[in-house]
Design a protein around this ligand. Structure first.
Ligand code: SF4
Ligand code: SF4
Ligand code: FES
Length: 255
């Protein structure tokens, strides 16, 4: 079954743009990306759209459909009424390059700021051994496809460009949590307290656990409950632990 769908698609570049109306054929079983491709093939040949896998795995077709951050290739047209106007806009938290394509380099810069895995001393690569029960908690975070929809939806940066320098965003705070839970990570032995750094350097304190990031994650990762809240609890525990407090005071006096 086919019908003519009504679409409103943002067209423009870094200088500015506007929503344009289109009528495009929609066929049974199609997703939003199918329709965007048909629009590109039949009416708007220079429409810029980023995509690769069309299977929800490369994380490149992120956009906002009716204002909600979504993967276009995983958003079925059947969730919309046939007479509904479907609006497709670029991710709002990142600068537009052209049409539906945004510059997501903010995220790569944040990724580089996270200290990487510290190999355990005395073990060569190939000698690492981990038990499943020790990696079970953080394995969920490895499902991330880096679509950056969580980064786009988080209110801390969505409308607050000024917060970007101090806030890594849910995807990268989750990366810190993952490394903090890693059974072989030897960061602590080098004096790096990952959870404390999340709070002091990467802006964990900005997060007020609204769970919006979790709601839009196409991999259904429990970002807030399983990564951010446990890390907040650990930093709070340490902050208010009298022994840690005493240790900090002595250390500061020694210095
Ligand atoms: S839970 Fe925290 S990181 Fe996630 S969207 Fe809300 S404020 Fe942002
Ligand atoms: S955590 Fe989820 S929403 Fe965020 S970048 Fe990874 S897959 Fe995308
Ligand atoms: S095209 Fe790869 S996730 Fe949509």
């Amino acid at each position: 079954m086919s019908y003519t769908g009504h679409f409103r698609v943002w067209r423009g570049d870094a200088e500015g743009g506007e929503l344009k109306d289109f009528e495009v054929e929609v066929n049974e079983g199609e997703v939003v990306l199918d329709v965007i491709h048909r629009l590109q093939a039949t009416q708007a040949h220079d429409l810029a759209v980023r995509w690769n896998c069309k299977a929800g795995k490369c994380g490149s077709c992120s956009a906002e459909v009716n204002g909600r951050p979504r993967l276009m290739c995983m958003t079925r047209m059947s969730v919309f009424a046939e007479d509904e106007t479907v609006t497709v806009t670029p991710m709002r938290a990142f600068p537009v390059l052209r049409d539906l394509v945004t510059d997501v380099s903010f995220n790569y810069a944040k990724a580089r700021e996270i200290p990487s895995f510290v190999p355990p001393p005395g073990l060569a690569p190939g000698e690492y051994r981990m038990a499943q029960q020790d990696v079970g908690r953080s394995q969920e975070f490895r499902k991330c496809i880096e679509c950056f929809l969580c980064q786009d939806t988080c209110h801390v940066v969505r409308d607050h460009e000024e917060n970007k320098p101090d806030f890594a965003g849910p995807r990268f705070l989750m990366r810190i949590a993952e490394l903090d839970m890693h059974p072989l990570d030897a960061a602590a032995e080098t004096g790096l307290d990952r959870a404390r750094t999340a709070q002091d350097v990467h802006g964990l304190g900005y997060c007020n656990i609204t769970k919006c990031c979790t709601e839009v994650c196409p991999e259904q990762i429990h970002i807030t409950d399983n990564a951010l809240i446990p890390m907040k609890e650990r930093t709070a525990d340490r902050k208010y632990d009298p022994l840690v407090w005493l240790g900090d005071r002595i250390f500061r006096r020694d210095k």
